[in-house]
Write a protein that binds this ligand. Structure first.
Ligand SMILES: [Zn+2]
Length: 255
């Protein structure tokens, strides 16, 4: 049975994810940057908080953990460097929560401690700030090579995998995607849909991996069109896929 996932908006553009098995009141929250939206959702949905999942250490992902623990002392599943973590998770670990099985992927790049939670039955992945709808996270701690390797691992998940990222950045990301690949009709079509959704203040997340493979320039650096765009911005002839990724990521930082 697919997991039931509730989207909880926080701050200006974050999404916190609250999930549970169909028919179960045991709920788990991913990346609670704030406690209040979580407590409100638990009350209105009549769910009990049973655990906290963390993808990486940034304040907008962990800022609400202490308040939630003060409210209910629950296990915290996350990277070892986070002081509230009670169950350390690293690449290759398995995690089962109320019958939901996750495979943990180490996905360094945005931060070095970043992990993602893949669930094969729905299928879905909680990927924090690594892969975004139409884009990817900034490189605060890792190298372009690390981020490319991390994104390649996410790109190898089943195409039907739903991408539960942590921010509503899709419109800006697709405007950039259009600059990278002006001839990509899938990008144009998706951008049009996303603009319509955002004009109605609707969410564009989760997306599917299949959509990302067709439109996300950071998953498409092996394509000739993306390499061509990188060449126009200084890619040396014979540059590697990692070089293409580094140039596209650097371009996005200034876009
Ligand atoms: Zn972050």
């Amino acid at each position: 049975m697919p997991l039931i996932v509730h989207r909880l908006p926080a701050f200006s553009d974050n999404y916190l994810w609250l999930f549970h098995q169909p028919g179960s009141r045991l709920a788990f929250v991913v990346d609670p940057g704030a406690a209040e939206p979580v407590l409100q959702a638990l009350a209105s949905l009549d769910l009990d908080l049973s655990g906290i999942l963390i993808t990486h250490h940034h304040p907008d992902h962990v800022g609400g953990v202490d308040s939630l623990l003060h409210h209910t002392a629950v296990p915290v599943y996350g990277p070892p460097d986070i002081h509230q973590t009670t169950h350390s998770l690293v690449d290759g670990d398995q995690l089962t929560l109320d019958g939901t099985h996750f495979k943990i992927l180490g996905v360094p790049g945005h931060t070095l401690d970043h992990i993602a939670f893949f669930e094969a039955e729905t299928p879905l992945v909680f990927c924090g700030d690594t892969l975004f709808a139409g884009g990817c996270g900034r490189l605060f701690e890792g190298s372009p090579e690390q981020m490319w390797r991390s994104l390649s691992r996410l790109a190898a998940l089943p195409p039907a995998t739903k991408i539960y990222c942590a921010h509503e950045y899709t419109k800006a990301n697709l405007l950039f995607a259009q600059a990278v690949e002006p001839e990509n009709h899938a990008v144009q079509k998706r951008l049009k849909q996303v603009i319509q959704l955002r004009n109605r203040a609707q969410a564009t997340v989760p997306s599917s991996l299949a959509e990302e493979l067709a439109t996300n320039p950071f998953l498409r650096v092996t394509q000739g069109s993306v390499r061509q765009a990188a060449s126009a911005r200084g890619l040396p002839s014979g540059g590697t896929v990692e070089d293409v990724f580094a140039i596209i990521r650097h371009w996005k930082d200034q876009f």
